[in-house]
Design a protein around this ligand. Structure first.
Ligand code: ZN
Length: 55
């Protein structure tokens, strides 16, 4: 699943509210920077940080 980054990351899995700190994987796309976090429960949460417009 993809969720917008709102300053705080939490696990996407149902019933899991663990906070996510260090992304295991970060990659840049045209839409922004994506970060994949692997939670202790085994779920992977992907966040997108939209680039601020430079216009
Ligand atoms: Zn979790």
């Amino acid at each position: 699943m993809i969720q917008d980054l709102c300053g705080e990351n939490t696990c996407d899995a149902d019933g899991c509210e663990r906070g996510l700190t260090e992304p295991q994987l970060v990659f840049d796309t045209d839409a922004g920077r994506r970060a994949a976090y692997e939670c202790a429960c085994g779920a992977v949460t992907v966040t997108v940080v939209r680039s601020e417009s430079t216009r």
